[in-house]
Design a protein around this ligand. Sequence first.
Ligand code: ADP
Ligand code: ZN
Length: 713
Amino acid sequence: MSIEAAKDVLKKFFGYDRFRPLQRKVIEHVLTGQDSLVLMPTGGGKSMCFQVPAILMPGTCVVVSPLISLMKDQVEGLRTNGVKAAFINSSLSAAEQHQVENDFFNDELDLLYVSPEKMTSQSFQPLLKRAKVNLFAIDEAHCISSWGHDFRQEYTQMRFLKQQFPDTPIIALTATADKITRHDILHQLDMASAKTFLASFDRPNLSLEVRPGQKRFEQILTFINERSNTSGIIYCLSRRSTEDLAEKLQNAGHKAAAYHAGLSARQRSEVQEKFINDQTPIVCATIAFGMGIDKSNVRWIIHYNLPKNMEGYYQEIGRAGRDGVAADTLLFYSFKDVMMLRDILGKEPSAQTDLQLAKLERMQQYAESLVCRRRILLSYFGESLKKDCGNCDVCRNPPTYVDGTVLAQKALSAIYRLRQSEPMGTVIDVLRGSGKKEIRDKGYPSLKTFGVGRDIKNASWQHYLAQLVQLGLVEIAYNQKNALKLTEASKGVLFEKQPVKLVQFSTIKERQEAEKNQVRKRTADAGKQDELFQKLREVRRNLARDFGVPPYQVFSDATLLDMVKKKPMNDREMSQVSGVGERKLYRYGDFFIDAILDHLTEKRGQKGSTYKLTHEMLKKGLTVEEIASKRSLNPATVYSHIAYLYEKGEPVDLSNYISQKEVDTIVQAVPYVEKPIKLKSIYEYFDQAYEYYKIRLALAFYNRNVKKVKPEN
Ligand code: ADP
Ligand code: ZN
């Protein structure tokens, strides 16, 4: 079984022209009958690594998958691509299970998805032995590790596979790459000799952005309006805030829903269903949402609050852009969030608290970073980026530095005069000379530094103080009600006039403007294509409804964008679009071709150049009849387009429609008919022997090659 044969399968069933580099290596390895462990980020294309060999090799690949919803989604996706796939889990009736087991036994399946319970159950063993299994795939293999967050007891019993089926290869796959998990998987599956394939965990199509958390709602509205009608998730910390936010968005005219663990199972599945089907594009959710959904066209993620750690953050933003198309992520950061999270952690101290605090600190460093964010993110996961990413807010709007010496002196001196006993909020109040009662009650207006920082806004002070903390010039005593303290290093600034460089604070408005320009630049091209994209999305939505599958399973956004680029007008061209396999071409192709032709006709019509479209369609090998029917035109009109194009010197070949002999005969009539020439005169001259369209074409030949005369109809 060669990689060439595997490529044919990839094209035929999935419509892709080539494997991604690591996919190719994995598949080559699997086809030799050896075990593998595959670590790839979400959206990396793990499934192809076992699906292609499964189809190619005789027998069935048995896939263990921990979530019923994922199983269903994958099997549906495979079926729409014409692959023979089925699943067994508790959602099936006994009779349905029996049917699937029969198909499995009779070797009528390429892939069989089973739950871990089923896989390890006694009743399944005899069937497993008697059926023809070509490969075991353990999806979400990190569930094996008791260290991980999704630990599943049944996964630890999977060791029997290697013992009872020593000749059947195993492939384990996960998007969790840490060393402990890796080791656990190899150990638990008893496949020490498996080859490990590790992909980069970078997701370059995800843009990264952090903004100060002021006026979040307004910022969110702007963000959403710039991305109208696209799917996205807003992660919030509490159930309450998911509901508040969803309601506010609804009031602002957006289709949004809240999702959290407090809803009934039915309510939750309804929200999820509508999200998947693009009916409710926006979901405000607690972290529970998104797990077990394969929806590939989530276009953006917003974090309303700072996540607790980088792992969670990366997993959550990772739910966007699984189709590889650009997707945007936005994180709101405020110091208050850090305090709140610290408080939560502090309330129930455990053996893990220190570790969790350290993780929170890394998260905070990321949010406050002044260097490329992707570098920080990847370095956290043990990878290093060779150069700045160019797709994060820091790369796009590099910080401007200003001399912050005087500013730092004021702040440090205020902290000193407050006897290092007040938190950031109070320090800022004193610097700004606040008239608040508690400030007056404490007698702070008499301090020397009271009001020396009046000219600087509250938000700016927060930003500058956070920087002083980062620079080690100020410390936060978390155990003393977050009081700000001086450090050894602050002395240099306070007493020795050491200069301090700070990053200039830019207001949200300024940032939004800058970002908007970026978005505009990025979408300028896309915008031109956007109209067609929207039309294709609508075709997709209708087909999804008719066929009862989620829209992204009809075609992914990536496939629609490729259609927008290639504008296929016939089956041959449509099959060259990435993601269009044989089955989908047959099922959906015409609907999209029609929409593209409609669109082009409309466009050309506006510009008054219907000829061009005919020409393009001719070039693509469509016949006159096909063009006429696709464009709802009379064939005679299409012939007149051809004649026009020929006269203009375009390279159209008249001999497809009329012989040279016919041309010569018709042209002989020219001197004998009334001028200006009417087609009808020639028609009658020859006693109706030649059809109108032939006369039109012959005259075109005459006009281009002999003499200009203007025919009239
Ligand atoms: P994962 O399971 O790793 O999250 P998927 O298997 O769902 O990733 O693949 C992510 C997306 O990439 C899917 O839309 C899939 O169809 C697409 N894809 C996978 N392999 C290829 C390929 N070789 N060429 C183009 N697209 C691919
Ligand atoms: Zn960057």
